[in-house]
Structures are given as C-alpha cells and as structure tokens.
Design a protein around this ligand. Structure first.
Ligand code: EPS
Length: 355
C-alpha cells in the first residue's frame, strides 16, 4: 500500500487534521517525540505572539492501539487554542447570536505576497479571510506531526533526518534588526538525511524521481521560493570534471555535490535539500494594495505576525523531507507488518552489499 497523507484545517478554525494511510502495522509511535517536534516548530526565533497562545500537542483518533499502528488509517489532530477567540468568526456552521470576538469583519485589503488576492479571485470569495485561513502556515503543524510519524518508520531502517537553519547567528541578528524596523525577513534552511540506501526513487518517469519529489514537497511549504539539491545552483558554473562525485571501489563517493541523488535515484550519500524562504508578507508597514470593497487605492491588511519563521521552516522542511523519504522507502520495501518492511530493507542491502 502506498503511504498517503491528507490534511485539513484553517488557521483559526477548531483544529488541524491529518489522515495517513498505508502505514505498516506494528510501528511504535512515541507521543513525546511527536510533541517535541511540534514544540520545536513553535519555538523558532522571531515568531509572533500567536505562539504564546498555542501549545501544540498531537491527539490520535484512529489507527493506533497502545502506541502501535494497526495498519489502518491513522487520524491525527492538532487543536487551535486560538479558536476560542474566533468561535463566532470561524464557526463552521452559521453562527448564532451577535458577532463577538475576532474574524467578524470582512477583510478586503489583500496583502502582496500572501494568498489573499489570488484566493478571492480564484474561489469567488467576498472575504479575504476565506482564502488566507487555509493558506496560512499554521497548518504546517499537523504536517510536522505526520513527519514525526514518517521519521518513526524511517528509524526502523536506520534513516535519520535533520533540518537546520543556514547561518543561525546571522539570521538572528537580521531578525532583531527587522523587528526594530517593524519589518520581516526570510532565510535559508537545510535538511540532511543520513542512512538513505542507494535506490530510493527512480529515473523511469518524472513522477518517480526522488529529487523532483523532494523539491515539490519542500516547495509546497508556505513562503518557500527556491529549492536546491546538493550544490544545486552552484553546479551550474562548474566544469564537469569538478562537479561530480567520484566512485570508490566500496561504491561510496569521495564527495557529495549531488546531495545524495543522481538521475532521480538516491546514491547512498547523505541526501541534502536546501530551501529559500521569502520574507513573510504580513507587514506592520504595509505595501500598496486595493480595497476590494471600493476599488480604491489602499494599503494592505495589518495583523499580528511573525518577524520570521525560518527556524520553524527548518522543522517543517525536515518533516516534509522525512515524509517523502518514507513514501519512497515504503514504495521500495513494502510490508503490511513493520517487520516485513525491515526484512525487505535488510535483504536488499545484503544483495547490493550495502552496510
Ligand atoms: C500566519 C500568520 C500568523 C502566524 C501563523 C502563520 O498567524 P496569526 O494570524 O494567527 O497571528 O503566527 O503561524 C502559526 C499560527 C503557526 O502556528 O505557525 C500566516 O499568515 O501564514
């Protein structure tokens, strides 16, 4: 069975939900490990006061018994604590009583860089909130929970995944500077996956290529505008003699410019994915926009916002890479029971003498 993930949830709605299908039975999940990843995502430098409201923890509604997967759909929930301030404004059903709390007034001032304008145009909304709520990066929380489940599956075959910011000290200084000037910043994160055997993904079709899948997974995260694998863009200016990773008699490489993937297939070296995040588009000193209610010139919506979410992105990108590697590993090794998955991995590594 293919490993699949669906999610739902608005930023200020009652909860975020994920359903994972295709997990083997018998995989032990550690609630504390999932919650620790949720806390890491919230803890990044430069986050908004919203993070003092939220205390993300995972709830499991189905697919798990006594901490072990049943081989049935796994249903995860992360509640939005802030919803208590939006019960009228974000009520799934027509709200009763007078408008109270947040989200009661229509938003008509789209922010350049957010989903606001394209969202109302595309879906025919008359309230920008109907677009921004789902586009918000809030929903990355439940993807981090799903990523933690993927990491449990990968750990069973010796793969570990770690996301970090690039130049953390410089980033924090830029965040402090931007905060004092009431502005926002972006940055670069890097995810490394160790223990990935050769042979995940395939050159057979575009859809099979592991690099294409990882790029889509990471580009699919809010505010990401660039993704590279290994030395990526820097390879473009090198000679062929300088750009490739020579093969030793052990079949290992003496360098890793390819970031662990050649021709869309993992080659056994560390998988390295980098992502560039644009500065967040909710600005305290807003940019020019239109008031959709009047058609007049206006400035964009000003709301509580993060100064940066780059450290959070490191955790979210780690989850996205882990998820995609778990999908590729499950595709290669199969298994309805986790022991079958592990045995298939072992037999394959024996065949290619990879230890
Ligand atoms: C976000 C706007 C802010 C961020 C949010 C993403 O939310 P709010 O409008 O409630 O202040 O804090 O991120 C999170 C809530 C989170 O948990 O990551 C946006 O517009 O994308």
């Amino acid at each position: 069975m293919t490993l699949r993930l669906s999610s739902a949830g608005e930023s200020h709605g009652p909860a975020l939900v994920a359903i994972i299908t295709g997990l083997p039975a018998g995989l032990t999940l550690d609630r504390a490990a999932i919650d620790a990843d949720l806390a890491r995502r919230q803890a990044g430098y430069g986050r908004s006061p919203r993070q003092q409201i939220e205390r993300d923890t995972v709830e499991v509604l189905a697919g798990l018994r006594h901490g072990r997967t049943l081989g049935t759909p796994l249903a995860l929930v992360v509640r939005n604590r802030d919803h208590k301030n939006w019960t009228w404004g974000m009520s799934p059903w027509p709200p009763e009583g007078d408008p109270v709390g947040k989200g009661t007034k229509q938003v008509t001032l789209p922010r350049p860089g957010h989903a606001d304008l394209a969202g109302v145009q595309k879906f025919g909304h008359d309230d920008v909130r109907n677009a921004l709520e789902r586009a918000s990066a809030r929903h990355t929380a439940v993807h981090v929970a799903a990523g933690a489940v993927a990491k449990a599956l990968l750990t069973a075959i010796g793969i570990s995944v770690q996301g970090l910011t690039v130049d953390e000290d410089g980033l924090r200084a830029r965040i402090d500077e931007a905060r004092s000037e009431r502005d926002t910043v972006g940055g670069v994160v890097e995810v490394r996956a160790a223990g990935v055997p050769p042979g995940l993904g395939s050159y057979a079709t575009k859809e099979d290529r592991l690099d294409a899948r990882l790029a889509a997974a990471v580009m699919g995260i809010q505010a990401v505008k660039g993704v590279e694998i290994g030395d990526g863009f820097a390879l473009a200016s090198l000679r062929g003699s300088e750009a490739h990773d020579e093969i030793s008699t052990s079949t290992r490489r003496t360098s890793n410019r390819a970031g662990g993937i050649e021709a869309g297939v993992s080659n056994g070296e560390e998988v390295v994915v980098r992502a560039a995040m644009k500065p967040l588009p909710t600005l305290m000193k807003p940019l020019a926009s239109i008031d959709l209610a009047t058609g007049e010139e206006a400035t964009a919506l000003v709301e509580r916002s993060d100064v940066a979410a780059v450290e959070a992105l490191a955790v979210v990108a780690e989850a996205a890479v882990a998820w995609e590697l778990a999908v590729a590993a499950k595709e290669k090794f199969g298994g309805d029971a986790v022991g079958d998955f592990i045995a298939a991995h072992r037999a394959y590594c024996d065949r290619i003498q990879w230890h």
